[in-house]
Design a binder for this molecule. Structure first.
Ligand SMILES: Nc1nc2c(c(=O)[nH]1)N[C@H]1C(S)=C(S)[C@@H](COP(=O)(O)OP(=O)(O)OC[C@H]3O[C@@H](n4cnc5c(=O)[nH]c(N)nc54)[C@H](O)[C@@H]3O)O[C@H]1N2
Ligand SMILES: Nc1nc2c(c(=O)[nH]1)N[C@H]1C(S)=C(S)[C@@H](COP(=O)(O)OP(=O)(O)OC[C@H]3O[C@@H](n4cnc5c(=O)[nH]c(N)nc54)[C@H](O)[C@@H]3O)O[C@H]1N2
Ligand SMILES: [Mo]
Length: 766
């Protein structure tokens, strides 16, 4: 049976449940920000640090990828940004005494929460073959071990180089260069589990795998549809943008199985109105959709638009735009007309009247934006779902003009930039051509492994060295037990990290932890103070400068780690000036400027306050760099998850007190949950049918065609107003339930928002 160390300690995990809230932020958020920071550092350090978040001369918040406004507020951060900052800027440290006192066998039984709370890592560590303790080693020896293990491989493709989206552009660029000079495109990243479905759908339909709106477009929109996203928790600063749009007259519609507080009402802590008043009501319409019902919803909306055009020809569709810029409309329309309302209503669980109400809002809005996040990307049919969203926007020419467009809201603060820098297992030929030209070599052309394929390859012994630039691969990946077993088969696992996490205690035969500087830390080399750059969710590139004294003199920046490792692995004859790169990030940026389109004069332009915008053909000039040279309508068969009787569909999502696998605390304030994370939210009617009382404990068992039993034990049932047939529980506790082979078509993203589960009698705590 599935048994593993929990993310939170069972002894502490005693959830208390109150009523969900109906407004986000306000004074409690301010109090919470200061309290979290205060638990990790002195008042002086708190103030000095928080003052610099998201300011032009400060550092980019290591939280989410939401952009900064042109004129940031003096406190341009949110409660959850403050938690992310405090987590990194903490004054707690762990060094050799800690690892001497705690053998691996003990650490492997600790919760992820406990591991993260111990403090910042201070020196490189080795866990050698057959030993039970991490011991300090020199950087030289650490790089020597990586070189030795890479050298022993039959081919470079037996190594995989993972990236989590916090890594800055400069480190990402040299990191992918190292992998490709070794000869592999095995560059899996967190994006494979995140917005890969968005990228796949947008590249095919619009030609650019990124959002097409800027912050000012949100402010100008008439209608903003927020589907499958919980900004109150995960992108709190987005609420300020929604509030501004709303005050300018926009309508906001949320599409979600859960009534998320942040989308109901926002009390902006930066305004008196928000602090003492009732705040601003945000959504005009809430469609409580079933999990995975969005494809059906957008098909239905599109059908209604076609019918409205039939009734009043020439008034609904943007015929000129479609004729000039799009392909595939006729074929698409023919299929769209066959949409069955029965199928739509079954898939969405919505009353037809509500869908018609939304269609009326759409018809009354000239400028429409659709925002989305993991609720749309982590299903089997995510790519067709997002393609259908694109169809919806194309119909009325809502791409490439002010106040309109696609807005996939990215997760990690630089996940979009990392991809721009070439962190991708399936790089474009043009990128490889430019890279090869710049550095005088022939990069590997065959595609590499993404995250799921890396796990399969480790499991099957085809990948033997796993290197991670940040992140927490073991806890973030699906099918925890399978992933852990795969990691353990490696010869060597290496983690560049700021703090201890689960992935450091589930190791290969040998393991290294390489401690690094974070966003908040001062980064100084012999060439002076360095800064890094990041790209936000809307394609703005800007500088990020840390200022805190690093937790230990031994830490190296991510850039320095990659460059010193590269020299060691590739040898003294390698022509890339790795030493120059390690000392001067300008030298790296000069190369990026020559390899990556849009980064011309990078060093100059990034020094202007606020940075610069990357070009985006569809947004800037309605040019669509797709295979056809046009924006493509696509035919997407109406599908929805099938759930056998007596089962529920489970989504795995974030609480208000976590950053992905980093657990800050045990509360989920807006949802009324306190002091515990092992909860499962179930609609009261479903619960009654299944005989699940509120407060009862049960095991969740997922059902998948391979017959393997995947169980997450001991979850408290919470009766909660989620859509019928749909349950919700937190990630990463429930990753054990997500089958490795259950992935989205085309993007291969794990289906973390559609897991078929049954409930069984509680088998006790993990
Ligand atoms: N504080 C904080 N900030 C974060 C993160 C964090 O963990 N903590 N994580 C960062 C990262 S990497 C990412 S990717 C983003 C994630 O940001 P989100 O995508 O907002 O994160 P989730 O908690 O996964 O929430 C998914 C939302 O989609 C809804 N949903 C689920 N399935 C469906 C569906 O089928 N249809 C519809 N319409 N809705 C659905 C859920 O009810 C929930 O409201 O946030 C980033 N920012
Ligand atoms: N079931 C389920 N699984 C999911 C998801 C879900 O919704 N449901 N969401 C998926 C998504 S959207 C994502 S993006 C992934 C996230 O996957 P990852 O990016 O791999 O995971 P994180 O938890 O963000 O990684 C946190 C770790 O990064 C390290 N770290 C923090 N800051 C730095 C830094 O500056 N440098 C370095 N080198 N290390 C640092 C710390 O050790 C910390 O423990 O998880 C995915 N997994
Ligand atoms: Mo993400």
């Amino acid at each position: 049976m599935a048994r593993r160390a929990p993310e939170s300690d069972p002894a502490q995990d005693a959830p208390e449940v109150g009523a969900p809230q109906h407004a986000a932020a306000g004074i409690p958020a301010v109090v919470q920000s200061l309290r979290t920071a205060g638990a990790q550092m002195s008042a002086r350090r708190t103030l000095a640090t928080l003052r610099r978040v998201n300011q032009p001369d400060g550092f980019d918040c290591p939280g989410c990828a939401w952009p900064e406004p042109d004129r940031p507020h003096v406190a341009e951060f949110c409660e959850n940004g403050a938690k992310a900052v405090a987590e990194e800027a903490t004054e707690r440290r762990i060094g050799r005494e800690f690892f001497a006192a705690h053998p691996l066998s003990e650490l492997a039984g600790r919760s992820g929460y406990w591991l993260g709370q111990q403090g910042r890592l201070t020196e490189p560590l080795l866990l050698d073959e057959g030993t039970d303790h991490y011991v300090p080693i020199s950087w030289d020896r650490a790089f020597g071990i990586v070189a030795e293990e890479l050298g022993a491989l039959g081919s470079a493709d037996e190594a995989a180089f993972y990236t989590s989206g916090r890594t800055g552009n400069e480190a990402a660029f040299v990191y992918q260069l190292l992998a490709r000079r070794l000869g592999t495109n095995n560059l899996p990243d967190c994006s494979n589990m995140c917005h890969e479905s968005s990228g796949s759908a947008l590249v095919e339909t619009l030609g650019v795998g990124k959002g097409s709106v800027r912050l000012k477009d949100l402010h100008q929109a008439d209608l903003i549809i927020v589907a499958g996203q919980n900004p109150g928790t995960n992108h709190p600063r987005m609420l300020s943008a929604l509030e501004r749009a709303k005050r300018a007259g926009a309508r906001i519609v949320s599409v979600n199985p859960l009534p998320e507080a942040g989308l109901e009402r926002f009390k902006n802590p930066q305004t008196p109105r928000g602090l003492v008043g009732g705040g601003t009501r945000l959504n005009d319409l809430f469609l409580q959709i079933r999990l995975g019902g969005d494809l059906a919803l957008f098909r239905a909306l599109n059908l209604l638009l076609l019918e409205a055009e039939d009734e009043n020809p020439g008034t609904v569709l943007d015929r000129d735009f479609i004729a000039e810029h799009c392909l595939g409309f006729e074929e698409w329309a023919e299929d769209a007309r066959s949409t069955s309302w029965d199928a739509v209503l079954a898939a969405t669980g919505l009353p037809e009247r509500q869908i018609r109400e939304l269609a009326t809002l759409v018809l009354g809005s000239r400028r429409v934006i659709v925002c989305w996040a993991m609720g749309l990307t982590q299903h089997k049919h995510s790519v067709p779902t997002i393609r259908e969203v694109v169809n919806f926007l194309l119909l009325r020419g809502n791409v490439g003009r002010p106040g309109a467009g696609v807005c996939p809201v990215r997760g990690h603060s630089n996940v979009q930039g990392d991809r721009t820098m070439g962190i991708f297992e399936r790089p474009a030929e043009a990128f490889l051509d430019a890279l090869g030209r710049e550095f005088g070599f022939e990069p590997p052309r065959h595609h590499g492994y993404d995250t799921v394929d890396t796990i399969r390859a480790m499991r099957d012994g085809r990948v033997k060295v796993f290197f991670a630039m940040g992140g927490n691969f073991v806890a973030a990946s699906p099918d925890t037990l399978a992933t852990e077993a795969a990691m353990r088969r490696c010869r060597l696992t290496v983690h560049v990290s700021t703090k201890l996490n689960r992935s450091h205690v589930v190791t290969g035969v040998r393991a290294l932890i390489l401690p690094t500087l974070g966003r908040t830390d001062l980064d100084r080399t012999t060439k002076g103070r360095q800064f890094v750059t990041v790209e936000d969710s809307m394609g703005m590139v800007h500088a990020s400068r840390g200022a805190l004294r690093p937790p230990s003199a031994q830490l190296l920046s991510e850039v320095a780690i990659v460059c010193r490792l590269a020299r060691r692995v590739l040898g003294p004859q390698d022509e890339v000036p790795w030493e120059d790169f390690a000392e001067s990030y300008d030298a790296i940026r000069d190369r990026i400027a020559r390899v990556v389109p849009g980064f011309e004069d990078f060093n100059e332009r990034v020094r202007t306050p606020g940075g610069f915008a990357l070009p985006h053909g569809p947004r800037d000039s309605r040019t669509f760099p797709t295979a056809t040279g046009k924006a493509n309508f696509t035919v997407n068969a109406l599908t929805a998850p099938e759930v056998p009787p007596g089962r529920l569909l489970l989504q795995t999502l974030r609480s208000h007190d976590q950053y992905n696998t980093t657990v800050y605390g045990l509360d989920d304030r807006y949802r009324g949950i306190r002091d515990g994370r092992r909860v499962v939210l179930v609609n009261p009617d479903d619960a009654r049918e299944l005989g699940l009382d509120d407060g009862a404990y049960a095991d969740l068992v997922s059902e998948w065609s391979d017959g393997v039993e995947r169980r997450a034990a001991h979850f408290r049932v919470v009766h909660y107003p989620t859509a019928r047939g749909c349950a919700a529980a937190y990630y990463p506790e429930t990753n054990v339930l997500v089958p490795l082979d259950s992935t989205a078509d085309t993007s291969n993203t794990p289906t973390s928002k559609s897991v078929v589960v049954r409930f069984e009698a509680d088998s006790g705590q993990d």
